[in-house]
Each structure stands twice: as structure tokens, then as C-alpha cells.
Design a protein around this ligand. Structure first.
Ligand SMILES: Cc1ncc(COP(=O)(O)O)c(C=O)c1O
Length: 391
């Protein structure tokens, strides 16, 4: 009998030894073996089999981390998943694994701002150059390719402006030019879209968001195919980016309900978008309008949409847009997303100001909403009362 992934999430990682439905949290630096021969044998096995659960020192993780990696490898349908202490750690690991001084990266223009800062300033000091392409025009990507290009770094949808790209086209451009590909898939998670299956070499998810689902832990995952596995394994060892067992446990616990939560975020966000689509001064940055190219690209690759959306609000009065955000009573104002709760942020233009293509006009304002698991009619009523402030 072959169970679906939804069933797997509920039944996996039981601890039959202790008869508990959840795995134990194994905290360890030193791992003790009965003999030196056994230690060496385990070391050799650890090198050969990525998801075998063999480790000889706590820096490689413990059985608690391995259980999480095993679940994520199945969810991603990848060769292996490395886990990191934060999502940003997974971004760094992906880049550090496959680039060296003198190499070049091509990244999507609306990339997560800290990833952009890493590329534009920090990597530059190590002589790694990054150019940025327009997600709505892949010719700009082709134009960035040089003999030195080692990596195309995609984020889909784009941070804050939520453009959906033609992902197969990007993969085929990369393959034709023998360039590796990575995608930040935090918005959808592999529950809604599996990048490695489509042909990406690496896929990043900030586990801080939907995997954990409860805004109480940070973590990251980097799924890889066989082609890049060895490179990432070496970088993983060199950086010592280890996810702690307590955090790994919390993320595994969150994964039990990933499907239930994401389906509900999807349902709630759909209801909120339907309400928001009535406002003429609001452009919804969410796959809602069936005639838009964003919707078509989303539909082509994704089986669902998460709870994170953008609103491009037209107003000559910036203060009134800020008042709208501040007047929301059920939406907290703070960074991150993917937890059970709704959040709202007014994006200052300087947060997107470094972008080459996605510039805002003077009368355009970006607001990011995370639609949580509250009753959607309460969220809609809250947005309705706050919208009255926009002038
Ligand atoms: C798209 C995206 N990627 C990566 C990250 C980084 O994840 P973390 O906060 O877990 O380091 C974030 C965090 O907001 C994000 O939004």
C-alpha cells in the first residue's frame, strides 16, 4: 500500500523504542562507539549515504536532525536536504557551495533584500559579481550570461512584488549554458511546488516560515539533486551551519500539519483577495486574476498558493496608506511570515529602491499581508474598516 504524503506526515518519525508518537530530541556533541572499528565503519557509511542517518560527531547533526532531513527529502523529492540554523543560512550555503572568486551569479531583481545585500556587497568583496534580471523579461537574463556565470539564483514569486516566472524556460537557458540553478521556494514550499523535480539543482526554504508554522523557531533547508550533492556536502562541513536538535524537533512537529495549514492559508487568502479585488486603488499581487500572466505562470507550476500577498496601493497620500496599515487590529506589524497569525507591513520605498527593474511610482505604495489562520470574515471586516483611511 502506498500512502499519500499527507498520511506520511502524520505517521512518520514515531519512536518505537520509547513507544512515543514523536521522535526523541537527541542532544549531542560526542557520539560514543563501542570500538574504533565501529567508529570508522560509521564514518565511511556517513560519507556514502546521504540520508542513512549515520553520524560520528554532533556537528553533523543527531538522529533528530536526520529524521527532519529524511522527511524533507521525501517532501522535496530530492536527492538530499541539508538543514541550516536559518533560512538565510541555506541561501548562503547554496551560493558558497558552487561559486568561487572570479565567478558570476545572475539573480532575479526582486530577490529577498538580505540575499541582495549578500550578493551586491559582501560577495563582491570576494570578487564574485552578481547581475540582476527582470522576472518579466527573460531576455534580460540571457543578456547577463557570460563565460564566468556559475549560478542562476531565482526566487519565485519575487519578494514583495510577487512576479511569477516561467521556471522551465529559466532551467532550459541554464542547462544550455551549463549553469547551475537555485531557487528560493519559501513562499510555496514543496507542498505546492517541487523545484528539484522540475529540474532545479538546489531549492531553498526558510523553515522559519510555513514548515514550523508557529513563529517560535528559526531554520532553513537546502534540497539538492545528485549533481551538486558533493559540492554542498563539502560546504556544509566547512561552514558548520548546523541546525540544533531542539529546533529540528519543533520544525518536524510543525511539518505534521503543513498540509492542513497551507490548505487553510490558501483558502483564507483566496477569500481576502476576492474582497480586495473590488478596490480600484488596489492592485493585488497574488495569483488571483485569471487573465494576468502572473496567474498563468503560477497555474503552470503550482498546485496552490500560500497566505503571503502584496497590495500595490495608489494614493498621493503616503501617510494615509501608513494609517491603513496601523489601523489593522488583527494584523501584527513585524518581520517574517508563515506562522498561524496575520501580519501587515508597509514597505518603505527604500526597501525596494535598490532594484533595477521593479521601481515604484511616486503615488504607488507596497503593503505586504500575511493571511493567517483566523476566521477570514474577521480579517475581511478588519481590512474593510482600515481601508477607509486611504485617501
Ligand atoms: C523569501 C525568503 N527567503 C529567505 C528568508 C530568510 O529566512 P530566515 O528568516 O529563516 O533566515 C526569508 C525571510 O524572511 C524570506 O522571506
Amino acid at each position: 500500500m502506498r500512502n499519500s504524503f499527507k498520511t506520511f506526515l502524520k505517521h512518520t518519525a514515531k519512536d518505537f523504542h520509547n513507544q512515543s508518537v514523536n521522535p526523541p530530541v537527541v542532544r549531542a556533541s560526542t557520539i560514543i562507539f563501542k570500538s574504533m572499528q565501529e567508529l570508522r565503519k560509521t564514518q565511511a557509511k556517513a560519507l556514502k549515504k546521504p540520508t542513512g542517518g549515520y553520524y560520528d560527531y554532533g556537528r553533523q547533526g543527531t538522529s533528530t536532525t536526520y529524521i527532519l532531513q529524511k522527511i524533507l527529502t521525501k517532501l522535496e523529492e530530492s536527492y538530499h536536504v541539508f538543514t541550516t540554523p536559518t533560512g538565510f543560512g541555506a541561501v548562503f550555503l547554496a551560493i558558497f557551495s558552487v561559486t568561487r572568486p572570479g565567478d558570476e551569479i545572475i539573480a532575479v531583481d526582486p530577490i529577498y533584500t538580505p540575499s541582495r545585500i549578500l550578493m551586491e556587497s559582501y560577495l563582491k568583496e570576494f570578487k564574485i559579481k552578481t547581475s540582476f534580471y527582470n522576472p518579466n523579461d527573460l531576455n534580460t537574463l540571457k543578456k547577463c550570461i557570460t563565460k564566468k556565470t556559475k549560478l542562476i539564483f531565482v526566487e519565485n514569486p519575487g519578494s514583495n512584488t510577487f512576479e511569477f516566472q516561467d521556471l522551465s524556460k529559466i532551467i532550459s537557458i541554464a542547462k544550455k549554458n551549463k549553469i547551475l540553478t537555485a531557487i528560493d521556494n519559501t513562499w510555496a514550499t514543496p507542498y505546492f511546488f517541487k523545484p528539484i523535480k522540475l529540474g532545479f539543482d538546489m531549492a531553498i526554504v526558510s523553515a522559519t516560515k510555513y514548515y514550523s508554522g508557529h513563529s517560535d523557531v528559526m531554520g532553513g533547508s537546502l534540497a539538492v539533486n545528485k549533481k551538486v550533492y558533493n559540492k554542498v556536502k563539502i560546504a556544509d562541513k566547512m561552514t558548520g551551519l548546523r541546525l540544533g536538535p531542539d529546533d529540528a524537533y519543533l520544525i518536524t512537529r510543525g511539518l505534521r500539519t503543513l498540509d492542513v495549514r497551507l490548505d487553510k492559508h490558501n483558502e483564507n487568502a483566496k477569500k481576502v483577495s476576492k474582497f480586495l479585488s473590488k478596490f480600484k486603488n488596489v492592485q493585488l499581487l497574488y495569483p488571483y486574476n485569471k487573465n494576468s500572466s502572473n496567474y498563468k505562470m503560477w497555474k503552470k507550476y503550482y498546485s496552490g498558493a500560500s497566505g503571503l500577498m502584496g497590495l500595490k496601493i495608489k494614493s498621493k497620500n503616503k501617510a494615509s496608506v501608513q494609517k491603513f496599515v496601523n489601523s489593522l487590529k488583527l494584523f501584527g506589524h513585524g518581520y517574517s511570515w508563515g506562522g498561524f497569525e496575520s501580519l501587515a507591513l508597509h514597505q518603505e520605498t527604500n526597501e525596494t529602491g535598490t532594484r533595477k527593474y521593479q521601481k515604484l511610482l511616486n503615488n504607488e505604495h507596497l503593503v505586504r499581508l500575511h493571511i493567517g489562520l483566523e476566521d477570514p470574515s474577521d480579517l475581511i471586516a478588519d481590512i474593510k474598516q482600515a481601508m477607509k483611511h486611504i485617501k
